[in-house]
Design a protein around this ligand. Structure first.
Ligand SMILES: Nc1nc2c([nH]c(=O)n2[C@@H]2O[C@H](COP(=O)(O)OP(=O)(O)OP(=O)(O)O)[C@@H](O)[C@H]2O)c(=O)[nH]1
Ligand SMILES: [Mg+2]
Length: 146
């Protein structure tokens, strides 16, 4: 069967290798970035992540970004711009991280799903444990903001 996977769809590459398009928010303020801690039972659990989540079928990426940050952090994005995309193959799934720089937002971020949420200095990010896919994001942030 021909496999054509469009970003934004949740089409499966095969029964054991789902493809996920994920909207991710990099929220930077005064040399710091806001991270959430992934729960142990989640994929890539017990690691720090940039808040975000999977696109729903047919959902534009910016809508997904706004929805996920509202659901996870109770904030409302006022301005965001595309930052980078990272495609990464985990053994059990493939992800396309669609990463946006969130330049302004309203509300005070808090962990709406019980997760720990914390600001970290960008210069210290390489000391934290992230999902493997996040390495290029950390490198780019450190090259731009330190
Ligand atoms: N949010 C987020 N997901 C990431 C990052 N890096 C990374 O590999 N992922 C992967 O992207 C996938 C989807 O993210 P997610 O678990 O946040 O999705 P979601 O909010 O819709 O979660 P849900 O399934 O509990 O509703 C996961 O496989 C996760 O491991 C990251 O920095 N932030
Ligand atoms: Mg999420």
């Amino acid at each position: 069967m021909a496999s054509s996977v469009k970003p934004g769809s949740c089409a499966a590459k095969g029964p054991s290798a789902p493809f996920l398009h994920v909207a991710v928010g990099v929220i930077v303020q005064q040399g710091q970035v806001l991270l959430s801690h992934r729960a142990g039972h989640q994929h890539q659990g017990n690691k720090w992540e940039f808040p975000g989540g999977k696109l729903e079928a047919g959902e534009p990426v910016q809508s997904a970004l706004s929805r996920e940050l509202a659901e996870e952090l109770a904030i409302r994005i006022e301005s965001a711009e595309p930052f980078m995309q990272v495609r990464h193959q985990y053994p059990e799934r493939e992800v396309l991280l669609d990463i946006w720089l969130v330049k302004s937002f309203s509300g005070k971020p808090r962990g709406m799903e019980g997760q720990q949420v914390q600001w970290f200095a960008i210069k210290d990010l390489d000391k934290l444990v992230f999902p493997d896919a996040n390495q290029p994001i950390v490198q780019r942030l450190q090259s731009l903001f330190i």
